[in-house]
Design a protein around this ligand. Structure first.
Ligand code: GDP
Length: 529
């Protein structure tokens, strides 16, 4: 039992979120270097889809291949087991990222010093804020000209609705970038622009008024630093670990991932303050990670790349207890026992079969179609984890079978791809036609390609004018109002895969009119309500 507690306490499972190009991949790579998990830079592949690659299927395949490998990157640093969960930056895959965020215990937000807060950062941070996920902000690319530190901190507070406190502070920037003052550890780290620079170079400066600082960075820079730090101390609250853990305060670090500068400071503080596995709410009770019975949930499903073995890997976040190989676990939705002979654990960029994994860890289970996103596994208790949302899709097309001999394959393919969360399927009530809804337009090509290459089925699409799909919740299903709604809007009603009623509004205007006309009916933008 003692090992169990120790194993729990030393786990940190987190995600790095950012707008594409802010430096997420670069930072991930440097973190792995610190852990000794990789030997050289360039080992972590970016999984982003380049602009203009929309119709490049090889690119999609390449991306999928990489994202299996980098779904979970685990390494050890100072006896802490760190699990980084990959979150695709491309907006067409944002839903995947949202789901992954249900499996992290904290996040690091990367912001480009010149670009500041960007669109994708805003969306992702909002999701984290709503869930009170502890966040650390890393302002990257300080070796380049960018915005002033105060301006950035201000922008983060305004646009992201956060309360920040700097734990490191830049000395100059771009051409004049001299280094950072580590408020957390009270020392100075001088920038040499050498990415292999040793971490021993930090210089202890516990007293800012000491002339040692002037000797190091020059009189002018030293005075500016003193002034700005004093100002910062007056403006920003002192760091408070509890407030950070409760999602009320976000510490900020500055650095340059590419130059491996400021990354050690970030990592050292991270392992100290970031939370070990956190309790999670289920439909019947809150489950504590230290409970001895295993529970976990599926947050991601990935088809394997090998076309000869068409199985899939279901990624399980272990919420409580430990997961053991060859032990029977209850698949709650199917009410059936399953055991797994080859659960995968993840280490840096490879996966290995392991006997035991602990709360906080991710295991990859081979799946032949039992799982869908959101499924719960337990040691026997009937409980379901909530909080894996489906978002209202924004792109819609009819999907048609283009090869009548392969209709079974098409159906199976659609079914499994939907379980993976690639897109959502709606069946129109009045004519039974199938409509695919996606968050990003790229998914239509991914689906078509995968149906053909993995299931041997061919499909065509047909345009359909839908503005948004909203989930319908009636106060009283027997009311005249609801009956009237169902009659008048019959052509716009569909069922999703869970048999929930969905209203496909053809314009923003018609959605508003419908909302006004039927005040007792709620129209939800996520399926989680
Ligand atoms: P991601 O899309 O967020 O994963 O971003 P990447 O890590 O792929 O970085 C995007 C680009 O920014 C790449 O060309 C990196 O080399 C570059 N980059 C990352 N960090 C830094 C940095 O600290 N300074 C500079 N100048 N460039 C950086």
């Amino acid at each position: 039992m003692k090992t169990f507690q120790k194993e729990l306490r030393r786990r940190r499972t987190f995600g790095i979120i950012s707008h594409p190009d802010a430096g997420k991949t670069t930072l991930t790579e440097k973190l792995l270097l610190f852990g000794g998990a990789i030997q050289e830079a360039g080992a972590v592949k970016s999984n982003k889809i380049k602009k203009g690659a929309t119709s490049d299927f090889m690119e999609i395949e390449r991306q999928r291949g990489i994202s299996v490998a980098t779904s979970v990157l685990a390494f050890e640093y100072k006896d802490i087991k760190i699990n980084i969960l990959d979150t695709p930056g491309h907006k067409d895959f944002a839903e995947d990222t949202f789901r992954t965020l249900t499996a992290v215990d904290s996040v690091i937000v990367v912001i480009d010093v010149a670009k500041g807060v960007e669109e994708q950062t805003e969306k992702l941070v909002e999701v984290c804020r709503m869930r009170n996920i502890p966040m650390i902000v890393f302002i990257n690319k300080l070796d380049r000209e960018g915005k002033d530190a105060f301006e950035l901190l201000d922008e983060i507070e305004q646009k992201l609705n956060l309360t920040v406190t700097p734990l490191s502070y830049p000395i100059g920037m771009g051409y004049d970038f001299k280094g950072i003052y580590n408020i957390w550890e009270k020392n100075v780290n001088l920038f040499t622009g050498d990415p292999r620079k040793d971490i021993e170079d930090t210089i202890e400066i516990s007293d800012l008024s000491s002339s040692e600082l002037d000797d190091l960075i020059g009189n002018t820079a030293a005075n500016t630093l003193r002034d700005e730090l004093e100002l910062a101390q007056g403006v920003y609250p002192e760091f408070d670990n509890k407030a950070y853990l409760e999602g009320r305060l976000q510490p900020v670090f500055f650095g340059s991932a590419l130059n491996n500068f400021g990354v050690r400071e970030l990592l050292d503080c991270f392992i100290e303050i970031a939370p070990p596995p956190r309790p999670k709410e289920s439909d019947i009770r809150v489950v504590e990670p230290a409970e001895d019975k295993f529970t976990g949930f599926v947050f991601k499903i990935h088809a394997n790349m090998d076309p000869k073995h068409r199985d899939r890997l279901a990624f399980i976040k272990i919420v409580s207890g430990k997961f053991e190989r060859n032990k029977n676990y209850l698949h709650v939705r199917h009410n059936k026992n399953l055991k797994f002979s080859s659960p995968n654990a993840f280490f840096a960029e490879k996966k290995e079969i392991v006997d035991t994994s602990y709360a906080g860890d991710i295991v990859g289970l081979h799946d032949t179609g039992n799982f869908k996103i959101g499924d719960t596994l337990t040691e026997g208790e009937t409980l379901n984890y909530r909080g894996i949302p489906s978002f209202s899709p924004e792109h819609f097309r009819y999907i048609n079978n283009a090869d009548p001999m392969k209709s079974k394959q098409l159906e199976k393919g659609i079914d499994q791809l939907m379980d993976e969360g690639v897109a959502q399927l709606f069946v129109l009530e009045f004519n039974g036609r199938k409509v695919i809804g996606t968050v990003g337009a790229l998914q239509f090509e991914v689906i078509q390609y995968r149906l053909e290459h993995e299931y041997g089925a061919k499909c065509t699409y047909e345009n359909l004018n839908v503005f948004k799909a909203t989930w319908v919740e009636a106060e009283d299903e027997k009311s005249e109002e609801f009956k009237d709604f169902k009659r008048v809007k019959a052509k716009f009603l569909a069922k999703d895969k869970q048999d929930q009623l969905v209203f496909l509004a053809d314009s923003q205007f018609s959605l508003q009119m419908t909302q006004q006309k039927y005040p007792s009916i709620k129209f939800h933008f996520t399926s989680e309500f």
